[in-house]
Design a protein around this ligand. Structure first.
Ligand code: FES
Ligand code: FES
Length: 174
């Protein structure tokens, strides 16, 4: 008997996507297998590693923990969409991970960057401890986390600089 499929409509990286999906299809598999957005990685089958993290309605979510059917109507950003959030420029998180060498093998990096994007979007004062606390749920076997923590801190600084210069440009009518 054919498996019943469910219609879903999602916005992914700014693009409206309409599909029919099997009820048990995980969002991470939908992104990778149906949309070829393979930047979102699968690192475990126990919801622990965080390699599959995306932004789901602006919050970092492990996409292996969500059924695609549950995501109907959601606004999703994957690692491929980070640049679009900055109108074609490197996102502060991308720039910071590059400048602070926040990666080695790169396997955890898409998830780490999406988690970082969520952390800096909260505009909360960040300390090393608070960053480490918020990075819980991300497993990185290479870096020892030191440079990831530095990258998150640096990304927050870059985002703040961008915001300050935009405000200055607006105030001067630019
Ligand atoms: S693949 Fe989602 S948490 Fe590991
Ligand atoms: S850089 Fe290799 S797992 Fe994080």
């Amino acid at each position: 008997m054919a498996v019943k499929r469910f219609p879903v409509t999602l916005t992914i990286n700014g693009q409206k996507i309409v599909r029919e999906v099997e009820p048990r299809m995980l969002l991470v598999h939908f992104l990778r297998d149906e949309l070829n957005l393979t930047g979102t990685h699968v690192g475990c089958d126990t919801s622990q590693c965080g390699a599959c993290t995306i932004l789901f309605n602006n919050k970092a979510v492990k996409s292996c923990t969500v059924l695609t059917a549950q995501a109907d109507g959601a606004d999703i950003v994957t690692v491929e969409g980070l640049e679009q959030m900055e109108a074609g420029k490197l996102h502060p998180v991308q720039q910071a991970f590059r400048e602070k060498h926040g990666l080695q093998c790169g396997f955890c990096t898409p998830g780490a960057m999406m988690l970082a994007a969520d952390i800096i979007s909260q505009h909360e004062p960040l300390t090393e401890d608070s960053i480490r606390h918020q990075l819980e749920g991300l497993l990185c076997r290479c870096t020892g986390y030191e440079n990831i923590v530095r990258a998150v801190q640096h990304a927050a600084e870059i985002a703040h600089e961008h915001q300050t210069s935009e405000e200055a440009a607006q105030a001067s009518g630019g």
